[in-house]
Design a protein around this ligand. Structure first.
Ligand SMILES: Nc1ncnc2c1ncn2[C@@H]1O[C@H](COP(=O)(O)OP(=O)(O)O)[C@@H](O)[C@H]1O
Ligand SMILES: [Mg+2]
Length: 393
């Protein structure tokens, strides 16, 4: 191997001189594109590699012997990094940690840290080795993507508002025309036959009440969708919550020859969420399942479980015909039903998103549909809150 004696790193120079034993550890330190930092048992810097000099701006010869925690870490990170350092010295397990590192210019870089003990001849470690991967750029890219998504969500929502307004004009128009006709009929009767018993207008009045109910429920569903998703968070015990909902719906289901069952989770499971809103999500999913099965009879199963990543998954499965092809179920006003509003799943999706969760569906076997939604066990983060819809429409 031909290496110029002026090669950049001491190890390369050593190789170029053909000098004796190759120090593998030193080779790694010199060439690695990760931060490598050796500390003694008191947290003082023993050495760090050229890459650390490059990204931090600190020179090794000026930093040797200094306290690493106060020199390289912002104040708010020192506590948990010191705790990890001490765990490592005690021989306890230490997972990876993401923490900021300060540069000489005073900027902070995001670093994925791993720590391991440096063995000594004695029983106790001689010090620790920190290895850090600079993830500043990746985090920035993720943040930019998040901001873009947020803007896209807001745009989508504004488009929804326009669509809602157009739909409302359309949907409210028909019942209003019917109401107006019935009211005029009653007025004419009253004028022409003032002595007739009031019972003679009963039919018209009943039709008016029916139309008014329809309008009311339309407006209620619309309000549910349009209202700001301000969440009232609390801890929900999922076994209690889901069994209550299952009990409420099992009578409706039973009347239609549907067997509704709830599989309680094996271990106690709770989630921080808005109980009333999650109730609404489940109402929509179960109502759809009941409607999908229709009068043919069948089965609905509700279950919940932890699904990793600090999330719980709640599922509603039915033995109906399954979701028709080309139906974008979560799209506003998407409905295949004669009397459907197409708002149920759009509302459900909005609620789940406001909780920082996700909702999706798949086909059930041998037939039917399963809707799953996942929620973070610890509830929405401030970022989810920021991504929520604007205060008013
Ligand atoms: N469990 C299900 N099985 C089959 N299709 C479903 C199911 N749930 C929803 N869908 C489909 O998604 C559409 C949208 O549902 P939704 O938003 O609740 O509106 P709506 O119930 O008023 O039609 C339904 O019209 C139906 O075509
Ligand atoms: Mg529905």
């Amino acid at each position: 191997m031909k290496i110029s004696p002026k090669a950049a790193t001491p190890f390369a120079r050593q190789l170029a001189r053909g000098g004796g034993k190759v120090d593998l550890a030193r080779c790694l330190m010199d060439t690695a594109h990760v931060i490598i930092m050796v500390l003694d048992r008191l947290g003082r810097i023993v050495r760090f590699n050229p890459f650390t000099e490059e990204i931090s701006g600190f020179r090794m010869d000026q930093m040797r012997g200094r306290d690493w925690f106060s020199s390289f870490l912002p104040e708010h990170e020192r506590g948990r990094m010191k705790a990890l350092f001490e765990r490592c010295l005690r021989g306890q397990s230490t997972g990876p940690i993401t923490a900021a590192m300060l540069t000489r210019a005073g900027t902070a870089r995001a670093i994925d840290w791993r720590v391991c003990a440096l063995p000594d001849r004695g029983a106790a470690p001689a010090g620790v080795l920190w290895i850090g991967k600079d993830i500043t750029q990746r985090m920035q890219a993720e943040r930019e993507l998040y901001e873009l998504n947020k803007v896209a969500q807001q745009r989508e929502r504004l488009a929804d508002v326009g669509a809602i307004a157009a739909q409302i004009v359309h949907d409210v128009g028909n019942p209003l025309a019917a109401l107006s006709m019935q009211a005029q009929l009653i007025r004419r009767r009253a004028r022409e036959y003032p002595d007739q018993p009031v019972g003679s207008v009963l039919k018209s009045a009943e039709q008016m009440v029916m139309e008014l109910h329809r309008l009311e429920s339309l407006i209620r569903e619309f309000m549910n969708f349009a209202r700001e998703q301000r969440l009232h968070l609390g801890r929900i015990d999922l076994t209690r919550f889901l069994s209550e909902i299952a009990a409420l719906w099992s009578q409706v289901a039973f009347a239609r020859g549907i067997n509704l069952i709830f599989h309680a989770p094996d271990t106690p499971l709770s989630v921080r969420a808005d109980e009333e809103k999650i109730h609404r999500v489940l109402d929509n999913l179960i109502k759809n399942a009941v409607e999908a099965i229709g009068d043919a009879g069948g089965r609905i199963a509700i279950c919940a479980g932890a699904c990793g990543g600090g999330r719980v998954r709640i599922s509603v499965a039915d033995t109906g015909p399954g979701i028709a092809r080309d139906v974008a179920v979560f799209r506003l006003f998407e409905s295949t039903k004669a009397e459907g509003s197409g708002l149920g799943l759009a509302v459900a999706r909005q609620i789940v998103l406001a909780h920082g969760g996700s909702i999706y569906h798949e086909a059930a076997s041998p037939h039917g549909a399963v809707f799953h939604f996942e929620l973070p066990i610890e509830g929405p983060t401030p970022d989810d809150a920021a991504a929520r819809p604007p205060r008013s429409l």
